[in-house]
Design a protein around this ligand. Sequence first.
Ligand SMILES: Nc1ncnc2c1ncn2[C@@H]1O[C@H](COP(=O)(O)OP(=O)(O)OP(=O)(O)O)[C@@H](O)[C@H]1O
Length: 261
Amino acid sequence: MEHLTAGRTADVRISGLSKVYAGGVAAMADVDLTIASGEFVAVVGASGCGKSTLLRILAGFERPSAGVVEVGGTPVTGPGPDRGVVFQDYGLFPWLSVRENVAYGPSRKKLPKAEVAAVTDRFIAAVGLTRFAAKYPAQLSGGMQQRVAIARVLANDPSLLLMDEPFGALDALTRADLQAELKRIHVDTRTTVVFVTHSIEEAVYLADRVVVMTGGASHGVPGSIRRIVPVDLADRDVTSPAFNAVKREIADLVHAAPAPV
Ligand SMILES: Nc1ncnc2c1ncn2[C@@H]1O[C@H](COP(=O)(O)OP(=O)(O)OP(=O)(O)O)[C@@H](O)[C@H]1O
C-alpha cells in the first residue's frame, strides 16, 4: 500500500456548545473542547449522550443552539469541503465505479484531468483497492466499501476528518484491518480526526485523546463531557496490561451514572 504525503490539517475550537432540538430535546449543554491540528480524538459515551450531535455540528449538518464552533479559525456555518464525513453506511454512489466514486470530489474542483487521475489512483492505492478500481459498490464486501468511502473523503483533502461509527457494521477481523489502515493513513496525512465509536478498545487503539461523554435525554440531563483521557501509550498492543488499564479507566467513566444537575 502506498504512503501518502501530509495533507491539510486544522485545529478545532468548541466553546460553550449547547444543542436543543426542535421539540425541546436538550442533546448537549456547555461543551468545551479544543483539538490541536493533526490530533486524533475519539468520542465515546453511552447511547444518547450526544456524540453524533457533536459530530453533525462540526460537519455543519446541524446548527448549535449556543456556543462557538471553529475549524481552522473559521466559524462553522454549514457543510464544507474542508471537512470530510464518513458514516457507518458507506454512502457510496452505487451507479459509479470505485474509481468514479473516489474521483467525484477532485473532478468537481476543475483540476486538470491528469491531476484528478493521479489523486484518485493514489487514494485507491492507499486503501489497497487498486485491483478493484473498476468494480461497482455492490460487487464489494462491506469492508471494501468502507475503504472506498474513506478514500473518497480523503481525495478531497479535508483538514478535518469526521467519522461516526465508521467500522460499526464490519466483522471483527475486517474492523481490525481498517483500524490499522486508518492509523497508518493518519500518520501519513496528519489530518485532524474526530472519531465517534461505541468501542472503547477501538478508541484507545486509535486516539491521542479519548473524550468521554455522559448524560443525555434518557438520563434527564443534557449530554456533556465527563472527562478527556489522554492515551499515553508507547505502543497500542491491545493485549498489554497498560492498554487494558486505560480501557478500564474509560469503561468506568462511561458506565458511571451522570452527575445530578
Ligand atoms: N434530529 C433530532 N431531533 C430530535 N432529537 C434528536 C435528534 N437527533 C438526536 N436527537 C436526540 O438527541 C440526543 C443525542 O442524540 P445523539 O444521536 O447525538 O446521541 P449519540 O450519543 O450519538 O447516541 P448513539 O450512541 O445511540 O448513536 C438523543 O436523546 C436523541 O434522541
